[in-house]
Design a protein around this ligand. Structure first.
Ligand SMILES: Nc1nc2c(ncn2[C@@H]2O[C@H](COP(=O)(O)OP(=O)(O)OP(=O)(O)O)[C@@H](O)[C@H]2O)c(=O)[nH]1
Length: 605
């Protein structure tokens, strides 16, 4: 690389300096020599070797003929050679014959003319631009073909004195090939002197000049040589264009070859490496992002059973731990059975269910060693037997228009939230739903229901805060009928089952609805907070008697240690348990499964 740079500099200085003197002084001597050399390329080659650098020089001379014109592009030999060699590849045979020619003088002349026409062929040389594509191969001769292409650009340099317009690089470029011989003389002289200075690479540098200039001139070449300037000027555009492209190596080759395309080529050349790199980078980034996304993907929600087990983990862990403490290295006897019964009762499963489990265990394992896992497995079976009769799906009689669902329960047990979740399921199932904000005691409750109405695209019937809840329920029923709604879900204010006044109001709502439809409300759902414990049993007792509850929704089973209460409620009231809530999200309402619940609370797979 360093060599190439040096050469470039030399070529510029020479060219520039040479051009001026060449026109005035050098022209006579140089022209002759060059002309001669050009015509008998071989001869010149023979000559050149001795004075300058032997074989390399010969090549240089030949190249000089071609290159001379091209010399204008006194650029970096390195670049030129590399690329030129590629293009010139076809001409390579020529350089070889050149050295051969000297030894065979008679034969040489003949082949020489043939070769000279080849220089004439420079016309095809314009093709070099096409050749550049094979650029990958750095063949020295290749440089020559490129040179002609580049030469056009340098050509302006000779023209510079006369036609300032010579600046138009493009036009000269084509005619340059024929003109080359003329211009060559002046250039040759400088080239020869330059060669020595250039030293090693000097020979190839000759052809390179143009390109070299482009690259070298960009920096400061223009200011340096006025003569060169014109040629530079011509090149300048291409150079300027190429310059931004960056890599001088690439630019000179393509830029020198095709002026117009030069800008494109450089960009393309540059783009190729960059794009490739960019692509790689982009791909990596994309992959990284994709990986990140994948990492985030694990978000997929747990299955229903997984969430149920997680929700009941506190209940099951406490229960399992207590059972394990009883059956460690102990045979099943009356004491162990009594201890087990106590554990199950404390887990809110209820006396009835506790006895079922101990009886089942004693019947098969009495007097034998029993593991805690065996106990829990038997417990799961017995619990499932208790729950299965109540694990029923919610059925809606759509012969009623609308099917009225009244939701009741103690404060904060999840009535409004459950209404929203249920409305989502129904609307997703294609049913038209209307909601009634019967909790006229809390403004927040009304707003909360409106939000659920918006989310489920269900109209909400509401009234003023403190208004009569029974009157609102009546109006909502009528509007739902008029609207042809499939389902009307009525929210009610929470109340403790021991508050006579509130319970009387609830009784009134049921009565009013019955005026419009004796069978309404068709479904009375009670939400039961699983964290309530034994108090839930009395809640269901009272609401069932006052409001005619005919179905349950066990809420907040997520994260409670008292999930066993569901078993006790089922065993005592035998009311259908339609759903269980395991979260606050819209899809955290699942149909109740006796088997899943029994396994989850028993801590068995
Ligand atoms: N973790 C959990 N929270 C729930 C569940 N169901 C409801 N909640 C929450 O319990 C709180 C009370 O729910 P609401 O729907 O307002 O209960 P409500 O019975 O309408 O309340 P009142 O109008 O005061 O009678 C809210 O913060 C709900 O998000 C559930 O299944 N799991």
């Amino acid at each position: 690389m360093a060599f190439g740079f040096i050469k470039k500099v030399f070529s510029f200085g020479k060219k520039e300096t040479v051009e001026q003197p060449a026109e005035d002084e050098v022209l006579p001597p140089l022209n002759f020599d060059a002309l001669e050399a050009l015509k008998p390329t071989e001869e010149v080659a023979a000559e050149t070797p001795s004075p300058l650098r032997g074989g390399s020089i010969d090549e240089v001379d030949r190249g000089g003929v071609v290159a001379e014109l091209e010399v204008t592009p006194s650029g970096p030999a390195d670049h030129l050679l590399l690329k030129g060699g590629e293009d010139a590849a076809p001409e390579e045979p020529k350089p070889e014959p050149a050295p051969e020619t000297p030894p065979t003088p008679p034969v040489v002349p003949e082949p020489k003319p043939a070769e000279q026409p080849v220089p004439v062929e420079p016309a095809p040389q314009p093709a070099p631009p096409e050749e550049p594509k094979p650029a990958p191969e750095p063949e020295v001769p290749a440089v020559e073909p490129e040179k002609p292409a580049e030469q056009p650009a340098p050509a302006p340099s000779p023209v510079e004195p006369e036609p300032a317009p010579a600046e138009v690089p493009l036009p000269p470029a084509e005619p340059s090939t024929p003109e080359l011989p003329e211009e060559v003389p002046a250039q040759p002289t400088p080239s020869t002197p330059e060669l020595p200075s250039a030293g090693e690479t000097a020979a190839p540098a000759i052809s390179l000049p143009l390109e070299g200039r482009v690259a070298a001139e960009r920096p400061g070449g223009v200011a340096e040589s006025s003569d060169a300037t014109p040629s530079i000027v011509e090149m300048t555009p291409s150079a300027a264009e190429t310059t931004p492209s960056g890599p001088s190596d690439h630019l000179p080759l393509k830029g020198g070859e095709e002026v117009a395309p030069a800008p494109v080529e450089p960009s393309a050349a540059v783009a190729e490496p960059k794009t490739s790199a960019g692509k790689v980078t982009v791909q990596k980034k994309v992959e990284q992002k994709a990986e990140v996304v994948e990492v985030a993907a694990p978000a997929p929600r747990q299955s229903w059973f997984q969430r149920l087990r997680q929700g009941l983990s506190r209940s099951s862990k406490e229960l399992s731990g207590n059972i394990a403490g009883i059956f460690t290295k102990r045979k099943l006897d009356e004491d162990t059975l009594q201890d087990l019964e106590d554990v199950l009762i404390r887990a809110d499963l209820g006396v009835e269910t506790a006895l079922r489990v101990t009886d089942a265990l004693a019947s098969s394992r009495y007097g034998k060693d029993v593991s805690d896992h065996e106990v829990r497995s038997i417990m799961a079976v017995e619990v499932e037997k208790v729950l299965k009769p109540v694990a029923l799906p919610l059925e809606l009689d759509l012969t009623h228009k609308p099917h009225v669902i009244l939701v009741v329960g103690v404060n904060g047990t999840g009535k409004t939230t459950t209404i929203g979740k249920l409305a989502a399921k129904l609307t997703e199932g294609g049913l038209s739903v209307m909601l009634a904000a019967g909790d006229t005691f809390r403004a927040a409750a009304i707003e909360q229901l409106k939000i659920w109405g918006e989310r489920t695209k269900s109209p909400v019937i509401a009234t003023k805060l403190g208004a009569d809840a029974a009157g609102l329920a009546y109006d909502a029923f009528e509007q739902a009928r008029e609207a042809g709604s499939d389902v009307l879900i009525i929210d009610t204010a929470g109340r403790l089952q021991n508050k006579a006044e509130l319970m009387a109001e609830l009784e009134k709502i049921v009565r009013v609805l019955g005026k419009l439809d004796p069978e309404a409300p068709h479904t009375v759902l009670q939400t039961v907070d699983a964290t309530t414990g034994q108090n839930a049993l009395s809640q269901v007792e009272i609401f069932r008697n006052i409001a005619g509850v005919n179905g349950l929704v066990m809420t907040k089973l997520d994260g409670t240690a008292r999930g066993g209460i569901l078993v006790a409620i089922a065993a005592k009231h035998k009311l259908p348990v339609y759903f269980i809530g395991v979260g606050e999200q819209v899809d955290d309402l699942e149909p109740f499964s006796a088997s899943d619940f029994a396994k989850a609370i028993a801590g068995v797979a």
